[in-house]
Design a protein around this ligand. Structure first.
Ligand SMILES: Cc1cc2nc3c(=O)[nH]c(=O)nc-3n(C[C@H](O)[C@H](O)[C@H](O)COP(=O)(O)O)c2cc1C
Length: 516
C-alpha cells in the first residue's frame, strides 16, 4: 500500500488529529510571489484576445490562446469589494492588492505554472515559454523545438500528433509557505480548477482540451529546469492547433535539453515539509504507469443513496455565457443573505453542471462511470424542504438523507469565520472513493482526484456566476463530520469540498477596477 492512502487519511482526519507541523505560523513578510519570476528572460507581450465573444474555431491560434490564458490565470481586475476575509484591511494597499482571475485558487495563491512547449508550424519561434500572468506575456526560457521531448515523456501516448503543448507545474513553496503539509491536497485541486477553466473556455469555442496526467514527470522537470523534489509537473495538455495535420510536426527529441534560467525566489527562507515531500514522491508520474482503459471502473461512484427520488425541475437556462461568467466569477466571502431563496431551477443547474464535470484525463474511459458523487445541504431553496440530500444525476432528482435544516451542522463544522453557511441557499459537497481510486490506478490517482474535485469547483463557480448567484468553495471543514452526517463513515466515500451557493446581500460596497 502506497503513501497516498496514509496522506488521504491524514487529510480526512486533520480536523481531529492535526497534521504536523502543528502550530505552524506562516512568515507573511517573507512570503513567496504569486507567480514565478525569471529576471533574465525576455517577456514577449501576448496579442489582444479575439474581440466579439466566442465563436467556433478550427483550432487554437495565438489570439485564442492569449484569450484563454487571460480569462483563466491572467489578472482581470482588482478586488476591492468589502467582504468578510481577514485580509480585508490590506486590500487598498497596492503592494498587498488582490487581483481577480477567472480561475479560483485555494487561499488565492495561484501556484500553477503554465509553460508552453511551442513546436514548428506555430506562430512563435519553437521553444519553451512561461506564461507571466502579471504581464500577460510569454517569457522565452529556451529556444528550439522540445515537443519531441514532451512526446517522449508522454510515452508516445495522448496528443501524439500535436505540435503545441501546455505543461502545468506547481512550485509547492508558493502554497506550502501557508498550508505546509496540507498544501499538496489544495494544489492538486488548483490544477483541476485551471484545467476546467480551459475546458469550459475551449468548449465555448468549439475546441476540446484533455489533460494527460501520466507521463515521465522527472524528465519534464529537467526540461523545465525545475528542482524535481520542489516542484511537481501535474499535467500536459496537447493543443489542437489551427492548420496542424496529424503527425506532421513531430520534433525530434533533443537528448537532454533543459531550461537554464532559474526563477528568482522572493522568500529568504524556504522550508521543506516531510509530508509534502513524501506525497509528492509517492505520486510522481511515469508514462509506463498509465492506467489501462477501464481501470477506474472499480472506483466508480456508488449509486446515489437516500430516500425515494424527489424530481428537480429542468435547470434554468443561464442568462450569461461561460466566457462572460468566468469574468464575473468571484467568491462571496461572507456576503450570503438568505432573504432571497435560491430557485429550484438554479439549484438544479448547479447540480447538473457539477455532476456532468469530469477531469477529462486519459485515465477515464469515454462514457465511463463518474468518480464523484454530489450531495446537497439545502437551507433556503424555493419548493425544497430543508434537509441533507444525495443528488441522483441520472434521475435528476434529490434523495433525502437527513431531514431538517442543516444550518447549525454546517456552521459547527466550518473552521473559518468568513462565512455564515446557514445564509447560503444550499451547500453542495462532492465526494470521491479515495481508497478505491488509489487502489485502481496507484498513488498518482491522488492527483486525479484533486483534478476531479478542482474541476467541479470551477464549474460550480462559473455556473453560479452565469445565474447571477454568489458562490464560494472551501476546504476548511471537518470531513469526518460530513461523512458521518451523510452515512458514509463505513465506506471509502470521502467528502472533499464544500461549495456554497446563494444570493448575496443587495448593493454590496465595492469599487470597480477592471484592468482587462
Ligand atoms: C481548492 C480550493 C480551496 C479553497 N478553499 C477555501 C476555503 O477553505 N475557504 C474560503 O473562504 N475560500 C476557499 N477557496 C476560495 C479561494 O480563497 C478563492 O478562490 C481565492 O481567494 C480567489 O478569490 P476569488 O474566488 O474571489 O477569485 C478555495 C478555492 C479553491 C479552488
Amino acid at each position: 500500500m502506497g503513501y497516498a492512502h496514509d496522506y488521504a487519511s491524514a487529510i480526512m482526519y486533520r480536523g481531529r488529529v492535526p497534521m504536523e507541523p502543528v502550530d505552524f505560523v506562516p512568515d507573511w513578510a517573507d512570503r513567496p510571489r504569486k507567480a514565478k519570476y525569471y529576471p533574465g528572460a525576455e517577456t514577449l507581450p501576448l496579442p489582444d484576445p479575439e474581440a466579439g465573444g466566442p465563436r467556433p474555431a478550427a483550432g487554437f491560434t495565438l489570439p485564442l490562446l492569449s484569450g484563454m490564458l487571460q480569462d483563466s490565470y491572467g489578472l482581470t481586475g482588482r478586488r476591492l469589494g468589502v467582504q468578510a476575509n481577514t485580509d480585508l484591511a490590506a486590500l487598498p494597499h497596492y503592494t498587498q492588492a488582490n487581483w481577480s482571475r477567472g480561475t479560483a485558487s485555494g487561499g488565492g495563491l495561484y501556484p500553477v505554472g503554465v509553460y508552453w512547449a511551442a513546436g514548428a508550424g506555430g506562430p512563435l519561434a519553437p521553444g519553451l515559454y512561461h506564461y507571466a500572468p502579471h504581464q500577460h506575456g510569454l517569457r522565452r526560457l529556451l529556444a528550439g523545438d522540445v515537443t519531441g521531448d514532451v512526446r517522449e515523456a508522454l510515452g508516445h501516448g495522448p496528443g501524439e500528433g500535436s505540435s503545441q503543448y501546455l505543461v502545468l507545474s506547481v512550485k509547492y513553496w508558493q502554497n506550502s509557505f501557508k498550508y505546509n503539509s496540507f498544501s499538496f491536497h489544495a494544489v492538486s485541486m488548483d490544477v483541476g480548477a485551471l484545467v476546467q477553466t480551459w475546458r469550459l473556455w475551449a468548449r465555448a469555442h468549439g475546441l476540446r482540451i484533455a489533460p494527460a496526467l501520466w507521463f515521465d514527470e522527472e524528465r519534464l522537470a529537467r526540461l523545465l529546469g525545475v528542482a524535481p523534489e520542489e516542484e511537481g509537473v501535474f499535467a500536459v495538455l496537447p493543443l489542437e492547433w489551427e492548420g496542424d495535420a496529424a503527425g506532421s510536426a513531430a520534433g525530434t527529441p533533443s537528448a537532454g535539453a533543459g531550461v537554464r534560467h532559474r526563477d528568482a525566489e522572493r522568500s529568504r527562507t524556504v522550508l521543506a515539509f516531510e509530508t509534502l515531500e513524501r506525497i509528492h514522491a509517492a505520486t510522481l508520474g511515469r508514462a509506463g504507469d498509465r492506467p489501462a482503459p477501464g481501470a477506474l471502473d472499480a472506483a466508480a461512484a456508488y449509486p446515489p443513496r437516500g430516500g425515494r427520488p424527489v424530481p428537480l425541475p429542468a435547470p434554468a437556462a443561464p442568462p450569461m455565457g461561460e466566457a462572460a461568467a468566468l469574468r464575473a466569477r468571484r467568491s462571496s466571502f461572507g456576503r450570503f443573505d438568505a432573504t432571497r431563496a435560491v430557485t429550484a431551477e438554479q439549484l438544479a443547474a448547479a447540480l447538473a453542471d457539477c455532476a456532468a464535470t469530469r477531469p477529462g484525463s486519459e485515465a477515464e474511459r469515454p462514457g465511463g462511470p463518474p468518480l464523484t458523487s454530489l450531495y446537497a445541504f439545502v437551507n433556503h431553496v424555493e419548493g425544497i424542504e430543508p434537509g441533507s440530500y444525495a443528488y441522483d444525476a441520472e434521475a435528476h432528482a434529490l434523495r433525502l438523507v437527513v431531514p431538517g435544516p442543516p444550518g447549525p451542522f454546517l456552521q459547527a463544522n466550518y473552521f473559518l469565520s468568513n462565512y455564515n453557511l446557514e445564509q447560503a441557499g444550499a451547500v453542495l459537497v462532492p465526494t470521491v472513493r479515495t481508497t478505491a481510486v488509489i487502489d485502481a490506478v496507484g498513488d498518482r490517482g491522488y492527483r486525479l482526484m484533486g483534478a476531479a474535485v478542482g474541476a467541479i469547483a470551477q464549474t460550480f463557480y462559473t455556473t453560479a456566476a452565469a445565474h447571477g448567484l454568489g458562490a464560494g468553495v472551501a476546504l476548511g471543514f471537518d470531513n469526518v463530520s460530513y461523512a458521518e452526517r451523510l452515512g458514509l463513515a463505513d465506506t471509502d466515500e470521502a467528502p472533499l469540498l464544500i461549495m456554497l451557493l446563494g444570493h448575496e446581500r443587495p448593493r454590496p460596497a465595492d469599487f470597480r477596477h477592471e484592468i482587462a
